[in-house]
Design a protein around this ligand. Structure first.
Ligand code: CP
Length: 307
């Protein structure tokens, strides 16, 4: 059985196959509308979500399957003290595949060890968010035509932002991708990303504080929200939360073909005045997230070769 716990659970070739399938789905979603007839997806969300949970559910419904699950720990027996291991053994009797989001880093890995069905990590604490990474990869590939040869600026909360950690791990596997890490010093990427991923793999990167200084160099600008829920101190969050606000003035210095991505939700870090700029790609990214999750469900259920 195969799970998706980290973006590296898929090789570059497997990722390419999955993105090709997602692109085929994007061109003709109707063709796939009965692929999962009779199959069930469980969404086990111990943490809030709009996009990830609902896009998984939309993906399974689009494939002809059904969905069940819970959207908060409070509405599940976790509130009575049930362990993740016990919960997944139970869910394995009800569903064919599951997506789990949990505030504790590693919880989906614990689940996978006891699971009778494929487990998809839908975000674990500040650790990883592999299906957001697949969504980001599809978006970059659809917009630029390739995942090689570009400069990406990752801006905002690089310390707690799990989407950033997963995306860096995945993008270092492509050719000539340069990283510019833009954050206040308090929110720089953790050492295990800087040392163990970037430096260890001889990846070209720089760390800067001012977005204005580097925006003209970027092909992709990946904005992120300051992760309020991961701060220990409210005062510290308030001091950091509006550190970056992408507005028309900053966009004027960017390339005409630079694209702005954001995993969403956004708070203040992208001004709404940017939404109509043709370079704003974050709502397209949301749509690609559905196609990627349809492709992932088909792949993990072993149905990808039948379509
Ligand atoms: N991008 C993302 O994970 O959004 P949600 O928290 O709404 O699922």
């Amino acid at each position: 059985m195969k799970h998706l716990l980290s973006p590296l659970d898929l090789s570059v070739d497997e990722t390419e196959d999955l993105l090709n399938l997602a692109s085929r789905i994007a061109k003709n979603p109707e063709k796939f509308s009965h692929c999962c007839d009779g199959k069930k997806l469980a969404t086990l969300f111990y943490e809030p979500s709009t996009r990830t949970r609902l896009s998984f559910e939309a993906a399974m419904i689009n494939l002809g399957g059904s969905v069940l699950g819970f959207s908060s720990a409070d509405s599940s027996s976790a509130s009575k003290g049930e362990s993740v291991s016990d919960t997944i053994r139970v869910i394995s009797c009800y569903a064919d595949i599951c997506a789990m989001r949990h505030p504790k880093e590693g919880a989906p890995m614990v689940a996978a060890e006891k699971s009778g069905i494929p487990v998809i990590n839908a975000g674990d604490g500040g650790h990883q968010h592999p299906t957001q990474t697949l969504t980001d990869l599809m978006t970059i590939r659809e917009l630029r035509g390739s995942l090689d040869n570009f400069t990406i600026g990752l801006c905002g909360d690089l310390k707690f932002g799990r989407t950033v950690h997963s995306l860096i791990r995945s993008l270092i596997r492509y050719k000539n991708v340069k990283f510019i890490l833009i954050s206040p010093k308090e929110l720089r990427v953790p050492d295990y990303i800087r040392e163990d991923v970037l430096i260890h793999n001889n990846v070209e990167f720089e760390e800067v504080e001012r977005l204005e200084d580097v925006i003209p160099q970027l092909d992709i600008l990946y904005m992120t929200r300051v992760q309020k829920e991961r701060f220990f101190s409210e005062d510290e969050y308030l001091r950091m939360k509006d550190f970056y606000i992408l507005n028309k003035e900053k966009m004027a210095a960017a390339k005409d073909n630079m694209y702005v991505l954001h995993p969403l939700p956004r708070v203040n870090e992208i001004s709404v005045e940017i939404d109509d700029d043709p370079r704003a790609a974050y709502f397209k990214q949301v749509q690609f997230g559905v196609y990627v999750r349809m492709a992932l469900i088909l792949t993990l259920l072993g149905l990808d070769k039948t379509v």
